[in-house]
Design a protein around this ligand. Structure first.
Ligand code: B16
Ligand code: MG
Length: 217
């Protein structure tokens, strides 16, 4: 039985990856190298600090921790300028209807995001009221593929991992769901998300009824 749906934020409910990309690309430019959209794929679902380490590796740079902290802050300030302007038009297709359907059918909803900016994004897009629990990068100590973020989501919704379904666009997120003992729906392509129980292009391609049917038994 499905009692809770746990949602990743970036790539599942909103497309904030484009703003992360612009902000990281600007930083790379300033540091003197090119950061491509393909490079950016490696940062999806990854924490801010880990993202910076990947970026520096791409640029072939080694910097001390103080400098890295400065650069991470600089990137974040730029990113926040973009997300501060977001509104409900940036909610991805099907996301709002799916959240509403969950609530109408008595299924608990929780956010399970690596972002420390999740509250700003949820508030600006008007999504906050659709969640029973919000677990983000400010609550976790270990990043995906560690299952912590989703286990906290199960606890906050008073459900067992076996009763939860995770919606994720990143491979690390699907791995985290599996490690948490939860079922998962990959949002994106089966090429990268093949480990999920089910893969759909977006939340517009799945309903709660269809989910119950494929996860019956
Ligand atoms: P912040 P998710 C992740 O969000 C993004 O996919 C990833 O690119 C980003 O580095 C991470 O959040 C941290 O975000 O810098 O705002 O704390 O997919 O887990 O919702
Ligand atoms: Mg994501």
């Amino acid at each position: 039985e499905i009692k809770a749906c746990l949602f990743d934020l970036d790539g599942v409910l909103v497309d904030t990856a484009k703003y992360h990309y612009i902000a990281w690309r600007e930083l790379a430019e300033q540091l003197g190298f090119v950061f491509t959209e393909k490079d950016n794929e490696r940062l999806k679902g990854v924490s801010r600090t880990a993202s910076l380490n990947i970026l520096l590796e791409i640029g072939g740079l080694t910097l001390d921790e103080t400098r890295k902290a400065e650069l991470a802050e600089q990137k974040n300030n730029r990113y926040v300028e973009y997300i501060a302007k977001m509104d409900s038009s940036e909610i991805l297709p099907g996301a709002l209807d799916f959240l509403k359907e969950c609530r109408a059918q008595g299924i608990k909803t929780a956010l399970g995001s690596a972002s420390k900016n999740a509250m700003l994004i949820l508030n600006n897009t008007g999504l906050t009221p659709y969640f029973d629990a919000i677990i983000d990068g400010t609550h976790t100590s270990a990043a995906k593929p560690d299952p912590e973020v989703f286990l906290l989501g199960a606890r906050a919704t008073y459900t067992e991992p076996g009763q939860c379904v995770v919606f994720e666009d990143a491979e690390a997120g699907i791995t985290a769901a599996i490690r948490a003992g939860m079922r998962s729906v990959g949002i994106g392509s089966p090429e990268t998300l093949g480990a999920a129980n089910l893969v759909v292009p977006s939340l517009a391609h799945i309903s709660v009824a269809a989910l119950r049917e494929s996860f019956a038994g």
